[in-house]
Ligand binder design. Sequence first.
Ligand SMILES: [Zn+2]
Length: 266
Amino acid sequence: MVKKFDYEQREPFKIIDNIFYVGSTFVSCWLFTSKDGHVLVDTGLPGDGTYIAKHIEQLGFSVGDIKYILVTHPHVDHIGSLAYLKERTGAIVCAGKRDVFFIENDNKVVGSDVLELPEVEPCKVDRMLREGDRIEVGPISLRIYETPGHSAGATSFGFQVSDQGKEYAAILYGGFGVNVFDRENRKHNVYGANIDMYIASLERAKNFDVDLWLTGHWFFDRTFEKLEIMEQQNEIINPFIDPDGWNSFLTNHINEAKELRKEISV
Ligand SMILES: [Zn+2]
């Protein structure tokens, strides 16, 4: 029996500057745009690709102008439509070095068939991302951070956003979620999930300068709540500028992970 995910497609929207949400009601996919081309981060579940492409076009951008597709981590909800979108866009696919195997091979070879997840079409990775690398397209500049734990090669992206004449430091943190460490989810270890690494990566992230933060799921960074605030009020400051939210989320999440580590180590 293959596990079903309960979610819907949703309309795309701009959050700030050149950054757009093109994900579903379950998984976030992020589009960074520029006149020189675009960068897409993550691709949803199998079958989401047609909607992601449609939503990008709906925003007024051409999918053929996507130069890079970046992978935060190789779980089915983030790489499900990677092969489809690579084919459709001709983009260069990039992922963390230690995640490449899981993206390039099918469920059975990877061993993730034991998770009873939908089959993912394997996809060739063109470029491995390493700490300190940069992905650059015109004015888009994403700095690579290796943040292993949720998977062995989980990768995050640092960048600057500008809003109303001010510059802000931002991060797209790839690979949140302690779900993979639950006793019944231990099979996620096939992806190199490791709670000590996970906590170490989060502890390191505490030192990052972060005003705006994005993740792979709206329920972590409260994307949809922030969108509502943005739509309802004419806030002077964009609600996605949320350094306090980042700090408290990180602190709480680290504590949660440490509690879980105690539980699973007994
Ligand atoms: Zn995941």
